[in-house]
Design a protein around this ligand. Structure first.
Ligand code: HEM
Length: 360
């Protein structure tokens, strides 16, 4: 068999290198969504969230932008330890860093008028484990899939003329999505609490706990020990912009603020993969521990600023369910975290005074 000439061999090698470069480039392009413009990627979801505001807020979280850092500890109970071998249930005290926030993309939103309030936590277990949670005051999610949430976010895009979403687009979205209708009914009817401290925060997704009784599907909520006090529409309208933050700081100055972690065990037929559907009220509930907050810090300088409360970071004894929104959240939170950290590194002012037009 005749030998190939040197120039021909070289051409073959160049073609092979070009093929490798093209396939690696193609893989990157596919991952980024450049080859499939309709595919939902973390970047597209984050872009859509950003588009719900006409004002960019560099250096801030793309959602739940306004909040304050909190510190404290978690106290486990024997009932919790029986449900899951996560170290935080066995230990009397696990230190925590958290963040209390309101929904929305503006770091200057009006606290008392935010329908959604939130608690995020990182529990650092004595065995080096970490458990991150980001929970909301709504009892179920308003979208049954990441795609539905994306479509809802697009429908909520700020109209450049008004700076607000187009009501007709929002109504059309809701008409086609029962989960959004259920959510709207909750938002309209549920009483408003007057404090971060007397608001329940719900984990929403199903997770798997492994303990003495084997593996069980669960959901959890943080139930406030502080008694519920309603805030009327007139009180909300009259409240100062930082009302919830100021009120929480004042409470903490008087002493710790507590929530019980109530774990609900799934019953037959409860769907673990759809966070938009509540499970029946009669399911077994266990108090697995208590969240104790002891102090607060500004979010610009506090321990929560450079944290990503990714709800897929769980310790041994806790595993994710098949809920696809969990994976979507992990990817989008990483995207938001990456964007805001780069902006901070480039000098974004995360401690500035609010621009006039964005206080509402
Ligand atoms: C596909 C659905 C969702 C998307 C795309 C999404 C998106 C985001 C983004 C971009 C952030 C900012 C993250 C950062 O910069 O660190 C965020 C924060 C947050 N989200 Fe979601 N979210 C989703 C669902 C949920 C659900 C179901 C809950 C409640 C169970 C929730 C609760 C929170 C909370 C509490 C924060 C603030 C965390 C903090 O204080 O750092 N989100 N979300």
């Amino acid at each position: 068999m005749p030998h190939e000439s040197a120039p021909r061999r070289r051409t073959g090698a160049y073609l092979a290198i070009a093929a490798i470069v093209a396939s690696v480039g193609g893989a990157f392009a596919w991952t980024a969504g450049w080859l499939t413009p309709d595919r939902l990627t973390p970047a597209r979801m984050t872009d859509a969230i950003e588009a719900t505001s006409t004002t960019p807020y560099p250096g801030f979280r793309r959602a739940h932008a306004k909040g304050l850092c909190v510190v404290g500890h978690f106290e486990g109970t024997p009932d919790g330890a029986a449900l899951s071998r996560a170290r935080v249930f066995a230990d009397a005290r696990t230190p925590l860093i958290g963040r209390m926030s309101i929904g929305g993309g503006s770091p200057y939103g009006l606290d008392a008028q935010a329908r959604v309030r939130s608690m995020a936590l990182v529990l650092r277990g004595g065995d080096g484990s970490e458990w991150r949670m980001a929970m909301n005051s709504f009892p179920f999610f308003g979208a049954a899939s990441a795609e539905a949430f994306f479509a809802q976010t697009q429908a909520s895009a700020a109209d450049p003329a008004t700076g607000k979403p187009d009501p007709a687009r929002m109504a059309a979205f809701a008409a086609a999505h029962p989960a959004a209708q259920r959510f709207a009914a909750w938002a309209k009817s549920a009483p408003w609490s007057d404090s971060f401290a007397n608001t329940p925060y719900n984990g929403i997704h199903a997770y798997r706990f492994t303990g003495d009784r084997g593996e069980q599907l669960v959901r959890w909520s943080m139930r406030p020990q502080a008694p519920f006090v309603e805030m009327t529409a007139a009180q909300r309208e009259a409240a100062e912009g930082d009302y919830l933050q100021d009120e929480l700081r004042a409470r903490l100055a008087e002493g710790p603020v507590r929530w019980d972690m109530v774990v609900t065990v799934a019953g037959p037929g409860d769907d673990p993969s759809d966070p938009s559907t509540p499970w029946p009220d009669d399911r077994t509930q266990v108090i697995a521990g208590t969240v104790v907050l002891t102090g607060a810090q500004d979010q610009a300088t506090g321990a929560c600023r450079d944290l990503n409360f990714d709800p897929t970071i769980v310790p041994g004894g806790v595993a994710l369910s098949d809920d696809p929104i969990l994976a979507a959240r992990a990817a989008v939170y990483a995207q938001s975290f990456d964007r805001r950290e780069r902006e901070v590194a480039r000098g974004a002012d995360v401690d500035g005074t609010p621009p006039q037009e964005s206080t509402r």
